[in-house]
Design a protein. Structure first.
Lengths: 190, 634
């Protein structure tokens, strides 16, 4: 119970910190924008990648997200869910990019497999990159928002427009499939 | 190889993506500097100070102070709670409400509640506040699939029922969203002084104090100090098990425990090598939670196992001479060894007396708001053995010739010295995280007692042999004309048309079942989900599929009813689903399921054959044209 309370306290202090950054960004504070980027870019990037399935587009979207945050930080309503807001901004930008892409490209390429960064640091990471490819699009989004961006199930539900129970179900299913894949591949070998 | 946990995978993903994220900070900062979002405001000040400036400033300052004080007084008044709603699980949080039922405060009543309340978002409505509190309880582990009960207590001068109703609806919705069924108890705060004092003394809600008062009224050996330490879920399990009825508390849903009484019996019997027909279970309270005492009679000895109801861990084992059987033997000497037939008939007799041999009788009774079974209503009934071994048994236990009891290492010596020790205050010495006790000594069951091959052997069904190495895909049970099954996953189709005929269906059971042999059960291979669903139309099918011999599901029952049964076992997960709609379309029975929700089962290593079962009742009259069945989800 104490550990759980610490975790809740950590989440809460992170939310407060991010809200402070956003507030300062609204006052044109570039240091806060830099700090916000450092703390949240992994989650944002992984989510853009899972939506756009293309590293180049994902990097463009990443830049657009932080510019958009800078532009609209004054509109943020501090209700204790800054990551949910950031990921909603990210999702909107990705959707807009997908729309643009469909306009310029006659063939829809959204069905192509996701392109993931090559995790070259260790065998486990290479295996993880491969494991992510076996997930469905939605499972991938849910697991990234949960594991990398640190969103709660309810927040993920808001961002992706699903019910919390669907999110929970998809998360459990995805993590189980990853676990099976990684275990078969010999990840975490002693 | 290490076992991968969810946390390991999350950490690996987080680290991998953190390293992979491109460094675009400088580009972003450069681009952002191009924008100028902050509006420039120029202010010009005129020097207007005149000769009256100083007094005017003083008057203005005084006015500001007066207005400030008035504002604070008004705010304090408006934030004063007119009524309260308390939400309690294993911790208690109080919502303070204004006259117009607007939440003005959320405060913890106990220490854990105080910590939790600090992190709960402010809410605009009572519904939102209840939802936020239940979310926080869920996140902190106070509420979960195996401790699913909340108690809502409303305390208001005039509109308590209205508050209770709104809170109940919010809690129900919250449980629906959470993916598992919850039990919700509701009550209006009692104005009895002793109940209020009890609540105040133990930092619990008035509703919980009322629950405790109801329990103590039935069992005066229990103390309020002991009971106040139990969660609402455990209290409700205790009252259900003992058949205690609340005076002024409403109940919706069924509380769930980590280990059900029949699971405790089955586990102990499988460990000890006895049939569960010789076993009985009682529930008692210790300062650490609920305790099951399983008493087994065999070979003129009585064994008493005490298990932690939270995790099934065996805490102590005592044994001694079985005086009852010894007396019986004296009367009937010489007594030949029981034949197999006699053993069977004894089993049947015990079942009819309410033995918890099958899960159905317990769960159905509990769901109907009754006691777990007719014979389990009171601790003094026939099948319930006192939790303490008889004195003679205690003496026998210390005899060096007696078989060694099975116990934890730390408690072995204690049990040998004090085999009669069954008091609820015994300190738990085994680690709570261990799901099952580590057996250092193989139990030595009675030599004459036949070791069963499975715990739940239906008397009507042929006795299965050894567990199959490969699950059967098409067992003979499914070839019956009036019995259809669907297995191997969820079918994503939507056959609903305007010609569909809605039929009535109701859930009558939801819970775990333990099977030790599945000759007839083609459970899903690991990696798939969906399990098996079947429409059961007669008793033979029912017994063979479920392993239950519950007498209520007899031939006359199946004359008017059929059962839709879904069973699942999937590696370390149970995929739980429920029926959202059922209807006939032509001859097809269409079952619309909710999206299955996976729950990780930590006890699977110990019980790899654990099956999650849901049972729904249908009217046979609705199934007249029945030819086949389809299942689907959205």
């Amino acid at each position: 119970m104490v550990m759980v309370l610490f975790t809740i306290a950590d989440d809460s202090s992170r939310s407060r910190r991010l809200e402070t950054y956003i507030k300062e960004i609204a006052e044109d504070n570039m240091t806060s924008l830099r700090l916000l980027y450092e703390e949240t870019s992994a989650g944002v990037y992984s989510f853009t990648l899972s939506m756009l399935k293309n590293r180049e587009d994902a990097e463009d979207a990443l830049q657009d997200v932080y510019l958009s945050i800078h532009k609209s930080a004054h509109l943020y309503n501090p209700i204790g869910r800054p990551m949910e807001w950031i990921m909603t901004v990210t999702r909107n930008i990705c959707i807009s990019k997908l729309r643009d892409r469909n306009k310029t490209k006659p063939l829809d390429d959204t069905d192509k497999p996701a392109e993931f960064p090559e995790f070259v640091r260790s065998e486990n990471r290479i295996l993880l990159g491969e494991a992510m490819k076996i997930l469905t699009d939605e499972e991938r989004k849910v697991i990234i928002l949960k594991a990398v961006a640190g969103l709660k199930h309810k927040e993920i539900a808001t961002v992706l427009g699903m019910t919390p129970s669907t999110v929970r179900s998809k998360y459990h299913r995805a993590i189980k499939r990853l676990k099976q894949y990684l275990t078969r591949g010999g990840a975490f070998r002693e | 190889m290490n076992k991968l946990s969810n946390k390991d995978i999350n950490n690996l993903l987080r680290e991998a993506f953190t390293d992979a994220a491109p460094d675009k900070q400088d580009d972003i900062i450069q681009a952002a500097k191009g924008h100028n979002t902050a509006p420039t405001v120029s202010v010009t000040q005129e020097n207007t100070r005149g000769q009256y400036a100083k007094p005017a400033a003083l008057i203005a300052a005084a006015s500001v102070i007066v207005i400030g004080i008035l504002f604070i007084l008004i705010m304090m008044n408006s934030n004063k709670a007119y009524s309260t709603v308390m939400i309690e699980s294993d911790t208690c949080i109080e919502i303070g409400l204004s006259r117009d039922q607007r939440p003005v405060s959320i405060n913890g009543i106990d220490n854990t509640g105080i910590q939790l309340a600090r992190h709960i978002d402010n809410a605009q409505t009572l519904t939102q506040a209840v939802d936020n509190i239940l979310d926080a309880m869920r996140d902190s582990g106070s509420l979960n699939e195996n401790s699913n009960t909340v108690l809502i207590t409303a305390d208001a001068p005039e509109n308590a029922q209205e508050l209770l109703s709104a809170s109940f609806e919010a809690a129900k919705e919250s449980f629906d969203d959470s993916g598992y069924q919850g039990a919700i108890l509701t009550t209006v705060a009692s104005d009895k002084k002793e109940v209020q004092q009890l609540a105040h003394r133990h930092h619990i809600s008035v509703g919980k104090a009322e629950m405790i008062t109801d329990i103590i009224r039935k069992d005066k050996t229990l103390s309020s100090a002991l009971l106040s330490r139990l969660s609402v879920n455990d209290l409700n399990l205790l009252t259900t098990f003992r058949g205690i009825r609340y005076k002024d508390i409403g109940i919706f849903g069924v509380s769930r425990g980590c280990v059900e009484p029949d699971e405790a019996i089955a586990y102990v019997c499988s460990e000890a090598g006895f049939t569960d027909s010789n076993a009985a279970v009682t529930m008692s309270v210790s300062p650490y939670g609920l305790i099951y005492s399983v008493t087994i009679h065999g070979n003129s000895r009585v064994y008493i196992y005490r298990l932690d109801a939270q995790n099934g861990e065996i805490l102590t084992v005592s044994q001694g001479e079985d005086l009852q059987s010894a007396q019986m033997a004296d009367k009937n000497t010489p007594t030949p060894a029981p034949t197999e037939k006699e053993t069977e008939s004894k089993t049947a007799a015990t079942q009819s007396a309410g033995s918890p041999e099958n899960l159905f009788s317990l769960l159905n009774d509990a769901q109907n708001g009754q006691t777990p079974s007719a014979a389990a209503q009171t601790p003094q009934d026939n099948r319930t053995t006192p939790t303490t071994a008889p004195p003679q048994a205690q003496q026998a236990t210390s005899s060096p010739a007696s078989p060694k009891p099975q116990t934890t290492q730390k408690q072995a010596s204690q049990s040998q010295k004090q085999p009669q020790q069954q008091t609820p205050t015994q300190k738990r010495t085994t680690p709570t995280s261990a799901p099952r006790v580590t057996q250092t000594e193989k139990p030595q069951p009675a030599t004459a007692a036949p070791k069963p091959t499975q715990a739940y052997t239906p008397t009507e069904a042929p006795k299965p042999t050894a567990a199959p190495t490969q699950p059967k895909t098409e067992p003979s049970i499914f070839t019956s004309d009036n019995y259809l099954k669907y297995s191997g996953g969820i079918k994503h189709t939507d056959p609903l048309t305007s010609s569909a005929k809605q039929i009535s269906i109701r859930r009558i059971k939801n819970g775990y079942n333990l099977f030790y042999d599945h000759t007839d059960f083609p459970y899903s291979p690991a990696g798939t989900q969906g399990g098996i669903s079947a429409l059961v139309c007669n008793r033979e099918q029912f017994c063979r599929l479920t392993g239950s011999t519950d007498s209520r599901y007899d031939d006359s029952y199946f004359k008017t009813h059929a059962l839709y049964i879904h069973m699942n076992r999937d590696a370390n997960y149970h995929w739980i689903k429920s029926v959202e709609a059922a209807y006939m379309q032509g001859g097809t029975l269409c079952i619309k399921n909710s999206e299955p929700v996976g729950y990780y089962i930590t006890t699977d290593a110990a019980n790899p054959e654990q099956i999650y079962t849901v049972v729904y009742e249908l009217n046979k009259s609705d199934l007249e044209d029945f030819t086949n069945m389809v299942e689907y989800t959205d």
